[in-house]
Design a protein around this ligand. Structure first.
Ligand SMILES: Cc1cc2nc3c(=O)[nH]c(=O)nc-3n(C[C@H](O)[C@H](O)[C@H](O)COP(=O)(O)O)c2cc1C
Length: 185
């Protein structure tokens, strides 16, 4: 028997997305966003509130970068989702992460994450959030296997749980999409 629960956007796993932008004074801001998703093959959608410093920064610079958090940076990833650069001057300093400026978009790239997407702003959605164009995807070479394929399990990326706000590590590969189903064809 199934039990009825209070409604929430019960999609699991949700990503733990780090959105990195530049503040007006050139310092870095990073925020945590779970409500992000692909929009097109070269676009992502981020459902972020207008009240965030990140959103202001994106409006001004028309650019941002996105990284997926892993176990190694979980504590600071949670921290940047709990405090705003509007209230905490040294938000990025506190994380001890490293970053460098992208040479193709006006945004920082976080060095301590398995991969990053450098994005330009496509548009603000009418109701809520933004669409970004992915201009480059960079993956740390330590995550490639001997056949040049990305080993996702090695990244130990974390996922967010909308029921109890847990973080879960994503790891075990159990099948191959567009292939397993052939068994029933
Ligand atoms: C796990 C987690 C997920 C979050 N997801 C979102 C989200 O999808 N959209 C959003 O607007 N805020 C989200 N937040 C809240 C922002 O990260 C938070 O308000 C942050 O302080 C904004 O920072 P800023 O003002 O420096 O940009 C999330 C926070 C956490 C901890």
């Amino acid at each position: 028997m199934k039990k009825e629960m209070k409604i929430c956007p019960a999609i699991f796993p949700l990503p733990v997305i780090m959105i990195a932008t530049y503040n007006d004074d050139g310092t870095i801001d990073v925020m945590n966003a779970a409500w992000g998703t692909p929009f097109d093959t070269n676009q992502i959608e981020l459902n972020i509130s207008d009240s965030h410093r990140t959103t202001e920064n994106i409006r001004k610079r028309k650019a941002f970068s996105v990284s997926l958090a892993n176990v190694d940076n979980m504590v600071a990833a949670d921290y940047v989702g709990m405090v705003s650069a509007k209230n905490v001057k040294d938000k990025f300093e506190k994380t001890h992460w490293r970053a460098h400026k992208s040479d193709i978009v006006d945004a920082p790239i976080l060095d301590d994450f398995p991969y990053s997407m450098e994005c330009t702003l496509e548009c603000f959605k009418e109701d809520y959030g933004i669409i970004g164009n992915i201009k480059r995807l960079l993956v740390d070479d330590k995550y490639f296997d001997e056949n040049g394929k990305i080993n996702l399990a090695k990244m130990r990326i974390i996922a967010y749980d909308p029921f109890n706000h847990g973080y879960y590590v994503v790891g075990e590969k159990v099948g191959q999409a567009f292939s397993e189903g052939r068994k029933l064809m």
